[in-house]
Design a protein around this ligand. Sequence first.
Ligand SMILES: NC(=O)c1ccc[n+]([C@@H]2O[C@H](COP(=O)([O-])OP(=O)(O)OC[C@H]3O[C@@H](n4cnc5c(N)ncnc54)[C@H](O)[C@@H]3O)[C@@H](O)[C@H]2O)c1
Length: 256
Amino acid sequence: MSTAAIPGIQPGQTALVTGAGGGIGEATVRLLARAGVRVVAVDVKEPVPDLLGAGDIAFLQEDLTDPEAIRRILAAIPGDGALDYVVNAAGVAWFERDGSALDIGEDVWESVMSINFGAMRRLSVATVEPLRRGTGRSMVHVASIAGLRSMDSPLDAYQVSKAAVISLSRALCLDLAADRIRSNTVCPGAVLSPMIEYLYDEDPSRRTRMEDKTPLGRLGTPADMADAIAFLLSARASFITGIDLVVDGGWIAQIR
Ligand SMILES: NC(=O)c1ccc[n+]([C@@H]2O[C@H](COP(=O)([O-])OP(=O)(O)OC[C@H]3O[C@@H](n4cnc5c(N)ncnc54)[C@H](O)[C@@H]3O)[C@@H](O)[C@H]2O)c1
């Protein structure tokens, strides 16, 4: 197993990462584990086969919309149960069922809000006590540029759920400042992960259009997002809280 230090993150610290079966969460787990961080990784899916060998990683297959899952996740934190870092990366984008607020059904609203926002809210609140007992004291929530701007093809339940993530992160910034716990979001643009890869496999011209829309001329990678997440977690960001770090190759800087 190769090791690679992350400035401002100490080997032996402990992190909880959700969405660890998907692109951004998995890349974050690997990055932290390579730096010697003990990781509790959570996803409703099974882990990719080689993930568990990538470091000190405990993988829990849990549905984060199940309130009981939180108790099991907290119980799996190693050592004395203290946490240094929390990364909320689990999420869904239902391109086939989501759409305009004028059309989408109640079931889609409820499910998307419950997965993307409700689970993040519940886990963030539940991990405050373990974070108080740790030294890292940082949360990063993976939102989206869709939480900051409307998209040209609407995905309104997703957009609103990510706006809620951003808003709660700012609320937590203030709620937890006295505890010196920081709360920030990373807002990705288009990232080549399982969430959208299949769309490009079905229609490669869709990928080209997305690359053309992005000033830096390429899609983001899960590793790009993991680097931004690790920076915000780390002590190098120790005076940064309540911000939304856009990682989108310049997409929302433009008017078009
Ligand atoms: N890929 C992109 O272009 C993009 C853009 C902006 C924001 N994001 C956000 O980044 C985060 C990570 O997405 P990704 O691109 O890695 O997608 P992904 O689909 O590869 O990973 C998301 C993971 O979340 C897990 N998950 C979903 N519901 C869950 C539940 N109820 N309980 C536990 N786990 C659950 C999925 O199983 C999946 O492994 C998401 O919150 C997503 O909204 C992604």
